[in-house]
Write a protein that binds this ligand. Structure first.
Ligand code: UGA
Length: 441
């Protein structure tokens, strides 16, 4: 099928390449010339495992192309909207400027029977607001949220755990046009559907809410365990053992119970805030008031990591060499948007520490935003002379591959703060380190 994808960031670029990899003919469109030039050459403009391969393969097969020219969308049967919905400057609500611009830009090139499929995360009610504009062209709007995780984006797109289609509906049932749209999406995602991936057909509002509630749930789960870490800290309990124990209950599950410096990135923080803002607009702020707490707990954990460093270094980090292991908001990503890791590094720098940051993928991005920090590519060089080491992103490079006995030969002060509870505390202690975890004795 011929497809267009408007917006070629994390979501759109991966979606375009993944759709080409399953046999569709895809054009990716973005206003950012630098991004399009890079993608057209088959170069992934960000770090995402597996993306480079499917980009190269798609371009050389002739099924995948990229352009800044919106008219290239003409002739495609489904037009995916994958532009960003950042937090508004000066507020919590989502900024829909890019979604509106993408839809408006697309309108002149739509034909009778086309589908416009929104993938961006939007406040509930957005699709209903856009549907009329799209319908005037003879095309139909559907909402088809995306659940990919950075670092697993290709796999999550080709082989998702569920597909959701918000289609035109009346009284809670798809209209005839809604049914037709669902069938077109089934054709788009035929490879996943052949593997029995659940395909949920619903109305616009439910589809939009599935997305934001999934992210709200994940954020809540992380903040729940981080709240337990706070209690553990004043009682001498160990939050990692607690998480293991409650995680054995299949109703709870161990995933997303990793206590540490909390969640960041381009999705969870802004999505819970936008959800709160939208609920307020709907007069139901109280229904998700707990998300304010989720946000507050999350941000407190960054303070806690900084406090641990200050205390461990005798009450001040001023003029101390602190090595920060990590900058990306999570491993297998070079994304530093709202990164708790970088936030901790910046705060330590603000307190007068001589901060050295290393990260296997995110240094270039981090340096652009925070040029005041020192960046070192080589892990061992970064560790050399450290008065304290703080782990803020759980990359294998230190979680798995760094022998604490080796680290001990490089540092000046044997203090390690494990902001992700990812190190083997016993091994680090055996190597002579004073080990501080998050919510661990
Ligand atoms: C998140 C969701 O997991 C995806 O399902 C969703 O599609 C995506 O947002 C989106 O809306 O586009 P992502 O932002 O890639 O995906 O990152 P996650 O893997 O969810 O991690 C988010 C943050 O939570 C990271 O900073 C991570 O370090 C932190 N985290 C995760 C914890 O602190 N503890 C955990 O146990 C798990």
């Amino acid at each position: 099928m011929r497809l267009s994808v408007i917006g070629c960031g994390y979501l759109g670029a991966v979606h375009a390449a993944a759709m080409a990899s399953i046999g569709h003919e895809v054009v990716g469109i973005d206003v950012d010339e630098r991004k399009i030039t890079s993608l057209s050459k088959g170069d992934a403009p960000f770090f995402e495992p597996g993306l480079q391969e499917i980009l190269t393969e798609g371009i050389s097969s002739g099924r995948l192309s990229f352009t800044t020219d919106m008219s290239a969308a003409q002739g495609a049967k489904v037009h995916f909207i994958g532009v960003g919905t950042p937090q508004q400057a000066g507020g919590y609500a989502a900024d829909l400027t890019y979604v509106n611009a993408a839809v408006d830009g697309l309108l002149p090139y739509l034909s009778e029977g086309d589908l416009v499929a929104g993938k961006s995360t939007v406040p509930v009610g957005t699709a209903a607001n856009l549907a009329g504009r799209v319908a005037e062209t003879g095309a139909t709007l559907v909402w088809n949220p995306e659940f990919l995780r950075e670092g697993w984006a290709v796999q999550d797109t080709v082989d998702p755990d569920r597909l959701v289609a918000g289609v035109p509906s009346e009284d809670g049932h798809p209209t005839t046009e809604g049914e037709r749209c669902a069938d077109v999406l089934r054709e788009v995602y035929h490879t996943a559907i052949a593997k029995d991936t659940p395909f949920i057909v619903t109305d616009y509002a439910t589809a939009e809410l599935v997305k934001v509630s999934a992210n709200a749930f994940l954020a809540t789960k992380i903040s729940f365990i981080n709240a337990m870490a706070e209690i553990a800290e004043v009682t001498g309990a160990d939050v990692t053992t607690l998480a293991d124990a409650i995680g054995h209950d299949a109703r709870i599950g161990r995933k997303f119970l990793g206590a540490g410096i909390g969640f960041g990135g381009g999705c969870l923080p802004k999505d819970i805030r936008a959800f709160s803002a939208r609920a307020e607009e709907l007069g139901k702020g109280e229904s998700v008031a707990f998300l304010r707490e989720v946000d507050a707990i999350n941000l407190r954990r960054r303070d806690r990591a900084v406090d641990l460093a200050v205390t461990a270094l005798g009450g001040t980090v001023y003029n101390k060499n602190v090595t920060v292991l990590g900058a990306a908001f999570k491993p297998h990503s070079d994304d530093i948007r709202d990164s708790p890791a970088l936030d901790v590094a910046v705060r330590l720098h603000g307190l007068g520490a001589k901060v050295t940051v290393t990260d296997p993928a995110a240094i270039e991005n981090a340096r652009r935003i925070h040029p005041q920090l020192d960046y070192v590519e080589d892990r061992d060089q970064a560790l050399t002379g450290a008065d304290a080491v703080i782990v803020v992103t759980e990359w294998d490079e230190w979680r798995r591959d760094l022998d604490p006995a080796h680290a001990a030969t490089l540092v000046t002060g044997k203090i390690v703060i494990d902001g992700r509870n990812c190190l083997d505390a016993t091994a680090w202690r055996s190597a002579g380190f004073e080990y501080h975890g998050m919510g661990r004795p």
